[in-house]
Each structure stands twice: as structure tokens, then as C-alpha cells.
Design a protein around this ligand. Structure first.
Ligand code: FES
Ligand code: MG
Length: 573
């Protein structure tokens, strides 16, 4: 075994070693604790501003127990946290900032390995991005999903049922009192959203990538087995430090292929596309937007989970969770992929089976057949690509031609949405722009635009919507998202006008603006870039807007792509 990285701090014979050691004595540590023990950081995104992660403080105690029992020294540290429900203008604007915090904190300190504790949508991706760039041995564990929501005898799911019930409220099918009661029933335990939204998706993909222990994705936050997983993750991190198994050994092309396959089989969030591209970019594995479509296309939807299906994460866990689903996928996943357990994915999956065939369906009787996952569209309206989640869309709209109704901002659209005289019908293609990474800024989850009240009153439940925004992983509808380049970056989305004909053909993977190329050129010549969004003149927002990459590149900052390694630089003393 090569010397521990942390020994560079502790074993320094001069002033730097003294300073490092004597301040550790403040923690009540004896000098023996600093001799020859792998130091495992517990990278904790606990915060009461991230209610989904609030229990990670307790979970960290289980991780600590595992590290100590395995002969390591546990040092817990906080990083920035990102809470979906509270952060404005949008949580996505801060993912890269958190990834920088994680990366720099890990690199700058005497750590030999790290346990990443995340949960809410952006937290695990940010941690994986940061850890991939440092490439220090790492294992991830999510806080786990909430228990199933129950409202008046019915199962209700995070996000998904909010979108449904708020439409019901707008259409006056339910009262405000009903809605208020529902509010208290939905998030009734610790944990992250328990639909297959972005948090659950990223938990599953982290496991599929091989970076967390088997079964880590689905077990509820409230289940004692999650605390046991935390203890095991801590113990495993100590071994990782000794073995020197690094994220780059695990995050191979095979791992990303497996993650894309799993994303299709679970009906995962469209946000996962951005996160996978960004993580691959950090570790230097070639993964292109089109790979998401090509690899995912041969995979049927097996998990019958909201928003694409009926059940919730708790049901998924009891049905066998992700190991059972991956075992069911058989040769569709690459079983030779290395994982954080030190074993291959195939070895990890041995003995796992499905216990509930309603929740995890067999390959020969899937929820939806192959080629119903996230489609990547291209055309003169999205030369850099766009995505559409087929399993959450209306089949009859997947090939659609209609007149565009265009809005330059979400505010402009929301003001018009309730107008009973709005010139809109079910064939209209709703276009809202300037919702991209630079334009909003931060690419908010607004792509599943609420339907105009006029159409709701007519009983219309879906229409084609196009934007450069994202959509919550818990949302649904025939919505074209992540249009690249975005309008604010001069993408053709900026050139569409109300009345232009737009054609969406998902089977052909095209998104076409039926306007003469000469006319488009004239519009482009007349186009001027919008000014920087308000509040983006200084600080993080300024850096973000100036350096953020487009959706087809994972919305990372251009200078964060790639690895930097674990060398901390010189001691200051
Ligand atoms: Fe945190 Fe949904 S709000 S996971
Ligand atoms: Mg979400």
C-alpha cells in the first residue's frame, strides 16, 4: 500500500505538521488517531434550507460508525447545499457552484477517501461532479426517498400530484381547503421526493454508475436499512482509501452506458441527461447527447413508477429496488462494469430478484416497449439538440404540426395564460423562450408550462410546448425541453414568430420550423442578443452567465470540464 495522502499533512516533521496536528487535538483526538489511519471525509449536504437532506446529519453518524469500526478516522464537513423548493431563481444555477465547493474542499484537505451524502435533486450530481474532478476514492449515498404520500385514502406522489392538483384547483374541480389539506399529506417523512423525479433518478443512476452500494437508491430514508447502508458505505470508504480505487476506475464508458440504460428502464428524469453529460465531462469519458437516445432506445420501461406509471419509490424498494431491476435487464446492462464494491456489476447483482411484478415488470411484458424513453430531437429549431420524455407525453401529439404562439418570457406567458380570449387552440404549439442557462438565468424547471385556462376549460389536458427550459423529473406532458442553443445564446428558438408552423416528429427525431431559410437569415441579421438578465452583473450569477455551456454539453461551466486531480499544492508554512 502506498503512503496515505493524509500523511503528507500529519507526518510533516516541520511547522506545517505541527500546525495540522495540534489543531486536530482541538477535536479531542489523540496523536495516535493521526497515525496511519485512512482519513475519510463525510461530505455532508445537510441543511434545513434543503428539507430533503435535513436528516443527513443523523445519517452521517452511521457513516462515522462504519468508518471508525473499519479503522479509519472520520471527519465530517459541510458544503453548500441546494434545496429545490426554496432556491431562486432556480436550483440549477447553483449545481456547478456546489460542485466547486465539493471539489476544492476535498482537494485542499487531508482526506484519503470521501463519502458523499446527498439527496435533493442537484446535490448528488454536484457531489459526483466535484469528486470526479478530484478523483479521490469516493462512495456516494443518498438520503433515500420519503415514504409514500397518502391523501384521503389515496396514494399521492411528490411533484406529480402537485401538478395534477393545481390544475384541478385552477379548473375548480377541487377547493382551496382540499388543496391545503393535501399540502400536509404529501411530504410526511424525511427523505427526497418519492416519485421517479430527479432525486430518485440520480440516486438510481449513481447506483447504476457503480458509485454507491447495491440497493442504495430505493430504500426509504425512514427505513433502518438505510442507516445500515450508511455504516457499510463508511466502512467501504476506508477500504477504498487503502485500495486506491478511484472514481475514474469506476466511471468508465461502460458505467455511463449502464446509467443511460437504467434511466430508460426506470423512466428517469430528463434532468439526468444534463447531469450525466456534466459528470462524464468531468471524468473525461466521451458521452454525447445523441448517445442518450441511441443507447436508451433499445430499452423498455420496466419500472411502473410515477410520473410515467403508478407506484412510488417505497414500492420500488420492496419490489427489490434497482438491483432487481438491473438483474431483470440482463444483457442490456454491461455486467462486467467495475463498481465501488470492488466487484463487477454482475457480481453485485447475483441473487437479486424481483418480488413484485406489478412494480418491476418483466422484459417481455414492460410498462412501455423499447423506444419510449428520452428522445433527442434535432432540426433547424434545435441544431444543438433538444429532448422530449416520451413516456410522459401524449402519444397522439408525438407527431404534430401546428402554429406557434410565442412568448419572450415566462411572465409574459403567465399573464396571457388565463386570458379567455387568448388566440390558442389544442393544435397550437406553445413556445416560451429565454428560459435557458444564460437567459433566465439557470435553466429553470418551467418547460411543462401550465396550459392556457381557455383550453383547460375545454377539457384539453396536453399540448405541444417548446422551450429552452428544463422540466421537473416529476412532471409530464408533450414538452420539448433543453433546446440548444438557447434563445439568449442566439439559437434559432430566438427567431420563431407567432403564426410560424412548427413540426414535431418524435419518431423521426426532428423539430422543424417551417420557415424559408432566407427569411430565417433576415430575422437572424435583425436579431440582437438580449442584455444580461437582471441580477447577473456581479458575483456567481455573472460568472455563471458568462461561462455556462449549453444543454447539449451538460450546462457545466466551460472551465470546469475535466479533472484536476488530488494534489493540494504547497503547504503555506
Ligand atoms: Fe428535494 Fe424533490 S424537492 S428531492
Ligand atoms: Mg425535482
Amino acid at each position: 500500500m502506498s503512503p496515505l495522502r493524509s500523511s503528507t499533512w500529519w507526518d510533516d516533521p516541520g511547522k506545517a505538521g505541527f500546525i495540522a496536528r495540534h489543531h486536530m487535538r482541538q477535536l479531542g483526538l489523540t496523536r495516535d488517531q493521526l497515525r496511519g489511519k485512512p482519513v475519510v471525509g463525510i461530505c455532508n449536504s445537510w441543511s434545513e434550507l434543503t428539507p430533503c437532506n435535513a436528516h443527513l446529519r443523523t445519517l452521517a453518524e452511521s457513516v462515522r460508525r462504519g468508518i471508525t469500526a473499519a479503522g479509519g478516522l472520520a471527519l465530517e464537513f459541510p458544503t453548500m447545499s441546494i434545496g429545490e423548493p426554496l432556491m431562486r431563481p432556480t436550483s440549477m444555477m447553483f449545481r456547478n457552484l456546489m460542485s466547486m465547493d465539493v471539489e476544492e474542499t476535498i482537494r485542499a484537505n487531508p482526506l484519503d477517501a470521501v463519502v458523499l451524502l446527498g439527496g435533493c435533486d442537484k446535490t448528488l450530481p454536484a457531489q459526483l461532479m466535484g469528486a470526479a474532478s478530484v478523483d479521490l476514492p469516493a462512495i456516494a449515498l443518498s438520503g433515500g426517498p420519503m415514504l409514500t404520500g397518502r391523501f384521503r385514502g389515496k396514494t399521492v406522489g411528490s411533484g406529480t400530484d402537485i401538478w395534477k392538483m393545481s390544475e384541478d384547483l385552477r379548473a375548480k374541480r377541487i377547493t382551496q381547503d382540499d388543496f391545503d389539506e393535501f399540502e400536509g399529506c404529501l411530504a410526511r417523512s424525511a427523505g427526497h421526493c418519492m416519485t421517479m423525479g430527479t432525486a430518485s433518478t440520480m440516486g438510481c443512476l449513481t447506483e447504476a454508475l457503480g458509485l454507491s452500494l447495491p440497493a442504495a437508491a430505493a430504500l426509504p430514508a425512514a427505513d433502518a436499512r438505510r442507516a445500515q447502508l450508511a455504516e457499510q458505505s463508511g466502512a467501504r470508504a476506508v477500504e477504498l482509501a487503502r485500495e486506491g480505487l478511484r472514481p475514474s476506475d469506476i466511471l468508465t464508458r461502460q458505467a455511463f452506458t449502464n446509467a443511460v440504460v437504467v434511466n430508460a428502464a426506470i423512466g428517469g428524469s430528463t434532468n439526468a441527461v444534463l447531469h450525466l453529460l456534466a459528470i462524464a465531462g468531468r471524468v473525461g469519458v466521451p458521452l454525447a447527447l445523441d448517445d442518450i437516445d441511441e443507447i436508451g432506445r433499445r430499452v423498455p420501461l420496466l419500472a411502473d413508477l410515477m410520473p410515467s406509471g403508478r407506484f412510488l419509490m417505497e414500492d420500488f424498494a420492496y419490489a427489490g429496488g434497482l438491483p432487481a431491476l438491473m438483474a431483470e435487464l440482463g444483457d442490456l446492462v454491461d455486467l462486467t462494469a467495475p463498481t465501488v464494491t470492488g466487484r463487477t456489476l454482475g457480481e453485485n447483482l447475483a441473487g437479486h430478484q424481483v418480488w413484485d411484478r406489478e412494480v418491476i415488470r418483466p422484459l417481455d411484458n414492460p410498462v412501455q416497449s423499447a423506444d419510449n424513453g428520452t428522445a433527442v430531437l434535432r432540426g433547424n429549431l434545435a441544431p444543438g439538440g433538444a429532448v422530449l420524455k416520451q413516456s410522459a407525453a401524449s402519444p397522439e401529439l408525438l407527431h404534430h404540426r401546428g402554429p406557434a404562439l410565442v412568448f419572450d418570457s415566462i411572465e409574459e406567458y403567465l399573464r396571457a395564460a388565463d386570458d379567455p380570449d387568448l388566440a390558442v387552440d389544442a393544435d397550437t404549439v406553445l413556445v416560451v423562450r429565454n428560459l435557458g442557462p444564460r437567459g433566465y438565468p439557470g435553466m429553470p424547471e418551467l418547460g411543462n408550462l401550465p396550459l392556457p385556462a381557455k383550453l383547460l376549460a375545454q377539457g384539453v389536458t396536453d399540448m405541444v410546448r417548446i422551450s429552452d427550459a428544463r422540466m421537473s423529473g416529476t412532471a409530464y406532458g408533450t414538452v420539448v425541453l433543453h433546446v440548444a442553443p438557447e434563445a439568449a445564446a442566439g439559437g434559432p428558438l430566438a427567431l420563431v414568430r407567432t403564426g410560424d408552423t412548427v413540426e414535431l416528429d418524435v419518431a423521426a427525431r426532428t423539430l422543424h420550423l417551417d420557415v424559408d431559410p432566407g427569411e430565417l437569415l433576415a430575422r437572424r441579421t435583425a436579431w440582437t442578443p438580449p442584455p444580461r438578465p437582471p441580477q447577473s452583473e456581479r458575483g456567481w450569477a455573472r460568472l455563471y452567465v458568462d461561462r455556462v455551456l449549453q444543454a447539449d454539453k451538460g450546462v457545466d461551466l466551460d472551465f470546469l470540464v475535466g479533472r484536476s486531480g488530488d494534489q493540494p499544492g504547497k503547504a503555506p508554512f
